[in-house]
Design a protein around this ligand. Structure first.
Ligand SMILES: [Ca+2]
Length: 481
């Protein structure tokens, strides 16, 4: 039974306090609101208001979830993934204290697809999402008032917040507050100026709740400030924090680059170099370290599952080694991403996981941890906890699929589709060339040796699997089929 209770919404910007029923997110103020869940007295303009807490505290066994997603970070751009020219000590420590995946995949090769896959728990193609949204694009994104893991957790009395990048829709009904998040601070679009906070076409894009928000500071710092604030406020109840860093996506601006010329609609928006990219990654690592330190300071380490990953392979200044390709490609360099998870006392420390897994597996995992039953109509991924806790030695063999599809409304390079099954990966171009490639990605991670003529039978089966999958995820198909 869904619990209902009164809580207090503290809306600082309006200098007011108001009692509301929390399960209706629409009732929340859209400015800076703070949610508190303990019985307490409040003094408001001379009046003392006693609010009765009507529900018992949330079930203690549900862990906090902190899902950290970086943007366009290459597979090889953490020290613990082999980078030698940058340092990521806090993420490296997270890996030492938890598990690190070698064969983790993003749901897609660009931002919107992977983020849609994570929040819905399904192949994003089911929503017709194959490509990233453009600036201020309307009529696309998540389903209006759709089902997301945030809404699932909200229904389990989790406090939910997105601090950072959204990139899943601008329309009413598609914004974070419409998709199960109690709180939102960040950018709706795909990237913005790290100091001036306008998007590439010059439209201001920094939000608190449903309102545009002016703030002074480097975006990575602002996101971190908000994330830490959210954790502090909700320390006594389960929370879900989607900490979605904008870094190291362009514009290439490190924390000391306030005066660097970066202008909307100008080439300077995408001009950068490896040194700037490294500064962005290293600063993000420091900020993640501050967030993790706050979790420790509040005594929440053993109550909190922390997950870190990237939404797609690295872009122009990134290092995707040892793979070929990068962002926007479904070669391994475009979809293989770093992934680390830590939950003290529940997950092993310092373990390497080689089983192939994908972003939307975390959605199924999080749903299970919050007490939600497996639901094939809501989950294309699998629960990772049995693997991570050693109950099973590997995941059941399953194909994983990717697609980069042509779209007349935008430029799409290299339309193609791919499937990985076991050690094998089939890539089929869907342009006029019709080229096909077949690789053993364990022996040949850089996908340099096309062995398609050596394995006709498995190639035929995997190509048929791709056909079946495309049919199953077509708009209007039954998600559970
Ligand atoms: Ca991205």
């Amino acid at each position: 039974m869904k619990s209902k209770f009164l809580a207090v919404i503290h809306c600082e910007s309006r200098n007011c306090l108001k009692a509301e029923v929390i399960h209706n997110p629409a009732c929340c103020h859209t400015q800076h609101f703070r949610v508190m869940f303990r019985m307490r007295f409040l003094k408001v303009t001379g009046l003392t208001v006693f609010l009765v807490f009507l529900a018992t505290a949330h079930s203690a066994e549900f862990p906090n979830i902190v899902f950290i997603m970086s943007d366009d970070q290459g597979y090889g751009d953490l020290s613990c993934y082999g980078a030698e020219d940058l340092k990521t000590p806090h993420l490296d420590q997270l890996a030492k204290d938890g598990v690190r995946f070698t064969d983790f995949y993003a749901n897609g090769p660009t931002c919107t697809p992977t983020r849609a896959g994570f929040l819905t728990g399904r192949y994003q193609q089911r929503l017709g999402i194959d490509n990233a949204l453009t600036y201020q694009e309307t009529g696309r994104g998540l389903e209006v008032n759709g089902l997301t893991v945030a809404r699932d957790l909200q229904g389990k009395s989790y406090a939910t917040a997105l601090c950072g990048k959204w990139h899943l829709g601008y329309d009413s009904g598609r914004t974070p507050l419409d998709q199960g998040f109690d709180y939102f601070f960040g950018l709706l679009g795909g990237n913005h100026h790290y100091f001036q906070h306008m998007d590439r076409i010059g439209v201001p894009d920094l939000w608190r709740g449903g309102n545009a928000f002016g703030d002074d500071g480097y975006t990575t710092d602002l996101i971190t400030r908000e994330a830490i604030d959210f954790i502090r406020i909700n320390k006594e109840r389960p929370f879900f924090l989607y900490l979605s860093h904008a870094a190291p996506h362009f514009p290439f601006q490190g924390p000391g680059d306030r005066d660097k010329i970066v202008e909307p609609k100008k080439k300077s928006w995408q001009v950068g170099d490896r040194d700037t990219y490294i500064a962005m990654v290293e600063h993000m690592d420091r900020c993640i370290g501050e967030t993790l330190a706050e979790i420790d300071r509040l005594g929440l380490r053993d109550k909190t599952l922390v997950i870190f990953t990237s939404d797609n392979g690295g872009d122009i200044h990134a290092r995707n080694a040892p793979f070929s390709g990068g962002k926007s490609s479904i070669q391994e360099g475009g979809i293989r991403v770093p992934c680390i998870a830590r939950w003290q006392g529940k997950l092993p420390s310092g373990e390497i996981i080689s089983a192939p897994a994908i972003t939307m597996d975390w959605t199924a995992t999080i749903r299970r941890l919050a007490g939600l039953e497996a639901d094939p109509a809501r989950e294309d991924g699998v629960d990772l906890m049995p693997l991570l806790t050693g109950k099973i030695s590997t995941l059941p063999e399953r194909p994983l699929f990717w697609r980069r599809k042509s779209d007349p409304s935008r430029k799409v390079d290299n339309p193609s589709r791919a499937v990985r099954y076991g050690d094998w990966k089939l890539v089929e171009k869907t342009d006029d060339s019709g080229e096909r490639f077949f690789y053993n990605v364990i022996k040949d991670p850089a996908e340099t040796i096309n062995v398609i003529d050596d394995h006709p039978e498995i190639v035929r089966k995997l190509s048929a699997e791709l056909d079946r999958w495309e049919k199953s995820v077509a708009l209007g198909s039954n998600p559970s089929e």
